[in-house]
Structure formats: structure tokens, C-alpha cells
Design a protein around this ligand. Structure first.
Ligand code: GLC
Length: 531
């Protein structure tokens, strides 16, 4: 018997970047009506929920992560009516909808910030983080922006600096201020009332800054190739203890509604990440676990990561795993397309909610972005370090029509190179495609609860082989992954009885019976069950 599980524990969350998913009006930028017309695809694929990167009015300095109004839709993406229709159509297909909530900062064009910077006396002055200059007239301390340069911007009119963890066009809100708390929590209620099923919470670790404004210490492990932000340890600017008080407020708002979820963006070491489950369920439901994006792709390293994470989870803490997002190089570019299939099997057979990035199900690689096409402000500020995020944000590939069916206009970013071959229409019916593999894995995960919510048991991590079991009282699957390009053999002595192949990443071994030794091709992953 399985304990009762919730939709966000069982199902897969599909993260899509609205600018790049589907353009319905020909302006070259994806929109809500476009997403709505592609919902059948998401239903067919078998995901549970879609999470949309921000769709709110924004000057787009950071492509929507600079919000100028939290309760409207940017005209680029459509209208509130379009949004309501998207939610209704998604729900009609049993798909949940998550929004991206950006609480750490607003746009500098948000009326709150315009009011705040208008004078020292304005009641909203304290909604943001203003500070007098240091005695030499320079910034108050050494804090740097994630995107490079000082995190302090001088305001000549009022003779103070304001703090921005990201761009100067993204001033940080002062979450210690009760009116900020109340107003921003009302934003959650606004969308919950409109029927959204939850939120991904942006930049959660940044929410509270040290109230003594202490300098961040140097990072002894720093290398310049990591970009200027890594030069300091963000001790006084991120993961402050008080962030959890704010998270608890968000959680209690969301808990007043049934079956909603909070997924926090938290780039933190595991021991700190798990703190965000909070005491007695006062944290986020899913503190985003990005460790698979960073771990060296070796069996022992991954096995240790899984064990460390599983061991660190609090009793009621539900795990989650991420292999790609709009801020990181694409999976197939990081690992190569053959190994990306093994990674897909890993993601969809681990215990915990998988979060899947749009286009990874096709095997999309990073796009090539010529200098004149660069859009991402990070690349513009610190060029040439490979920090730019445009390559992972190129348009979804739908079919063989012009611009892969994404837009009848000029796409805002160039299409990935292999658009003609690697698109939904062409690969959907190809029995060996990456999309077919994702489809099979998703069906298996949906139809066999052991994969979604069964226990995880480590089996082996030797050389290139990573093996584990997923098990419950009804079933046991054994998953064996070859993380390298050379053929391998896996000794089945630890796996009782004759096994048969349920699925291979090559999609060609179903029902093969294996005894004592499982041969694996290079870059092959296999799911076995007792024959
Ligand atoms: C998060 C987003 C990223 C954005 C930043 C600032 O890290 O994922 O895309 O630039 O926050 O909002």
C-alpha cells in the first residue's frame, strides 16, 4: 500500500519559457495563447504541471524577472483573459499551472520604486534598501551583483545608494517592512484566487540582507572564469536566517488553499537546502534541488549526491530533481546527446519530483547566438565567460515549417541548428527518438507508482555504472545506467532472480530476459523488473 501522495509528488513539472514556447501573433515572441494551443502536446507528453517563467508587465531588462506590476499580464504575452483561458484549458486536461513569483526585487519602473526613489520622505522609501554612501562617498559595502559589478546604485537626486542583487533595473525589496510583506503576500492570493496551482519562487535565498550591512568575505576557491559574483562568499546577502520567517508567511498563505505548491529557487549546498522545508512544514514544499546540474557526471559522485540528499531530507520532506533550466547550458550540450538519454532515465526514475525543462525532451542543444543576436543582460555585462543564458532559451521546435512552427514572424532568438530533424512532429513517431524515450519514461512513471513514490535503494556505483532499485510492497524496478561511452557488464548477483528489460534508453530491448549479467552498450540505461 502506498501512502497518499499529492499531485506535485507524483507528477512531473514542465518548465517552459513563455517567450520561446509558441508565438500565436507573429511578433516573434511566444505568448499565452500560443501555450494554450500547445496544451494537447503537454497532455500527450504526460507531464502533470507547467511552470511558466514570468509573464507580468515588465520592461524586460531581465526578460520578465524585472516585474513592473505583479497582478497583470505583459501585453507581449497577452491579457488576463488569455491567462484565465490558459488555466481553464490546462485544468480541463488535468494539467496544473504554476507561476513564477519574483519577490526579491521589482523592476526599477515599478510604481513602488518610482515612488520610493522620489524622495527620502516618501512613505514607500523604506520599501527598498536605501543606504548612505561610505565615508569616501563610495558604495556602503563590498556587495556585488550576481550579474557583475557593485550591487549598489547611486541615486543622485536623493544622495543615497540602493541595493540590487541582480541588475540595477531590479532593485531589491525590503522584506523586513510589514507593508512589503502584506502587499507581496496579497500578490500570491490574487493568483491563487484566479486558480493557479502554485508558484516557483524566484531567487528565494536572496530575500533578506544583513541588517548590519557587513562586507561579504572573500571566496578562497574563486577562479575568474566563474565570473565576478563568485569572488566573494555571499554570507551576508543570501540564506540569512530570517528568510525562513518570510517563507513561513508565504507557506501559510498558500496553505489556505487546497493542494497548492511552492517550489523555491535555491542554489544552496544540501545541508542548507533542506532547511527550506522549514520546521513542521513551514517552508516551501519543494526546495529546488539543482545539484544534478553541478555534480561531476560520474557514478560515484552521483551516487554520493543521491545518498547525501536522501539522508539529509527531513521526515516529511519530499525530494525533487532538476536537470535543466533557463539559466543553465542545455542538458544535451553539457553531457552530449547520447548521455542525455541516460540522464533522462535517471531524472525520471529517481525518488522525487522531476522538473523538466522544455525542449530537453527533444534533446535540444544550446543554440549558437551570434554577437549581434545576444539578448541576455548577463552576457552583455560579462561577455565571453559563457555565462550568457540565451543558448538555453531558443525557440521550441515544433515541426518542419519555417522557424520550426514557433512563429510566422522573426524569432526573438535564433533557432537551434538541427531544427529540421529534431522537432516534435518529426520525432514524435520515430520509435527511437529522445521524445519517444521521454514519452515511455513518463508513461511508466505515471502508471507504476513505485517509480514516483516508492523507496530508493542504492545498489552500485563502480566505474561508469550507477545502479539502484526503486521498490514498494508490490514491485521492484532495478535501474542500471552506463554513464560512459564504452560497453559495460553489470553483475546481477545483487538482484534476486531472472530479470527482464522494461525499457532501454535505446528503446530496443523491451522484454529481453537477462540472467546473472546485464550487458550494456555505451551510454545505455536500462530498467529491469523480475521476469
Ligand atoms: C533567477 C532566475 C533568473 C533571473 C534571476 C533574477 O535566478 O532564474 O533567470 O535572472 O533570478 O530574477
Amino acid at each position: 500500500m502506498h501512502r497518499v501522495s499529492l499531485w506535485w509528488q507524483r507528477g512531473v513539472i514542465y518548465h517552459l519559457y513563455p517567450r520561446s514556447f509558441m508565438d500565436s501573433n507573429g511578433d516573434g515572441i511566444g505568448d499565452l495563447a500560443g501555450i494554450t494551443c500547445r496544451l494537447d502536446y503537454l497532455q500527450w507528453l504526460g507531464v502533470e504541471a507547467l511552470w511558466l517563467s514570468p509573464i507580468f508587465p515588465s520592461p524586460m531588462a531581465d526578460f520578465g524577472y524585472d516585474v513592473a506590476d505583479y497582478t497583470k499580464i505583459d501585453p507581449l504575452f497577452g491579457t488576463l483573459e488569455d491567462f484565465d483561458q490558459l488555466v481553464a484549458e490546462a485544468h480541463r486536461r488535468q494539467l496544473k499551472v504554476l507561476l513564477d513569483y519574483v519577490p526579491n526585487h521589482t523592476s526599477d519602473q515599478h510604481p513602488w520604486f518610482i515612488a520610493s526613489r522620489s524622495s527620502l520622505q516618501h512613505p514607500q522609501r523604506a520599501w527598498y534598501l536605501w543606504h548612505d554612501p561610505a565615508p569616501d562617498g563610495g558604495p556602503p559595502n563590498n556587495w556585488v551583483s550576481v550579474f557583475g559589478g557593485s550591487a549598489w546604485e547611486w541615486d543622485a537626486a536623493t544622495q543615497q545608494y540602493y541595493y540590487h542583487a541582480y541588475l540595477k533595473e531590479q532593485p531589491d525589496l525590503n522584506w523586513r517592512h510589514p507593508a512589503v510583506q502584506a502587499t507581496m503576500l496579497d500578490v500570491l492570493r490574487f493568483w491563487l484566487e484566479r486558480g493557479v496551482d502554485g508558484f516557483r519562487v524566484d531567487a528565494l535565498r536572496q530575500l533578506i540582507k544583513d541588517d548590519q550591512w557587513r562586507d561579504n568575505p572573500p571566496n578562497p576557491a574563486y577562479h575568474p572564469s566563474q565570473g565576478p559574483y563568485q569572488a566573494l562568499r555571499p554570507l551576508y546577502t543570501t540564506d540569512r536566517p530570517e528568510v525562513l520567517d518570510i517563507v513561513a508567511m508565504m507557506r501559510s498563505v498558500v496553505d489556505a488553499y487546497e493542494a497548492r505548491v511552492l517550489l523555491g529557487e535555491l542554489y544552496l549546498p544540501i545541508e542548507r537546502l533542506v532547511a527550506y522545508y522549514g520546521v513542521e512544514g513551514s517552508g516551501v514544499h519543494l526546495p529546488g534541488n539543482f545539484h544534478l546540474l553541478q555534480v561531476p557526471w560520474q557514478a560515484r559522485e552521483i551516487a554520493t549526491l543521491i545518498d547525501t540528499y536522501e539522508a539529509a531530507l527531513p521526515a516529511e520532506g519530499w525530494p525533487n530533481w532538476v536537470l535543466g533550466n533557463h539559466d543553465k547550458s542545455r542538458l544535451a550540450s553539457r553531457l552530449g546527446s547520447a548521455q542525455a538519454r541516460v540522464a533522462a532515465m535517471l531524472l525520471l526514475t529517481l525518488r522525487g519530483t522531476p522538473i523538466l525543462y522544455y525542449g530537453d525532451e527533444l534533446g535540444m542543444c544550446d543554440g549558437i547566438i551570434p554577437p549581434e543576436c545576444v539578448q541576455d543582460p548577463w552576457e552583455k555585462r560579462v561577455p565571453g565567460l559563457g555565462l550568457g543564458r540565451d543558448p538555453a532559451r531558443t525557440p521550441m521546435l515544433w515541426d518542419t515549417s519555417p522557424n520550426a512552427g514557433f512563429t510566422p514572424g522573426t524569432p526573438w532568438l535564433p533557432l537551434a541548428a538541427n531544427a529540421q530533424a529534431m522537432n516534435v512532429a518529426v520525432t514524435r513517431d520515430d520509435p527511437t527518438s529522445m521524445l519517444t524515450l521521454y514519452g515511455c519514461l513518463l508513461v511508466l512513471r505515471r502508471t507504476t507508482p513505485v517509480l514516483a513514490i516508492g523507496a530508493y535503494v542504492a545498489l552500485a556505483a563502480q566505474g561508469d555504472i550507477l545502479a539502484y532499485r526503486r521498490t514498494d510492497t508490490e514491485r521492484t524496478y532495478c535501474i542500471v545506467l552506463n554513464l560512459g561511452g564504452q560497453p559495460q557488464h553489470f553483475d546481477l548477483c545483487q538482484v534476486a532472480g531472472t530479470q527482464k528489460v522494461v525499457l532501454s534508453t535505446y528503446l530496443d530491448r523491451a522484454d529481453e530476459v537477462v540472467q546473472s549479467v546485464l550487458p550494456l552498450r555505451g551510454d545505455e540505461g536500462v530498467i529491469l523488473e523480475p521476469a
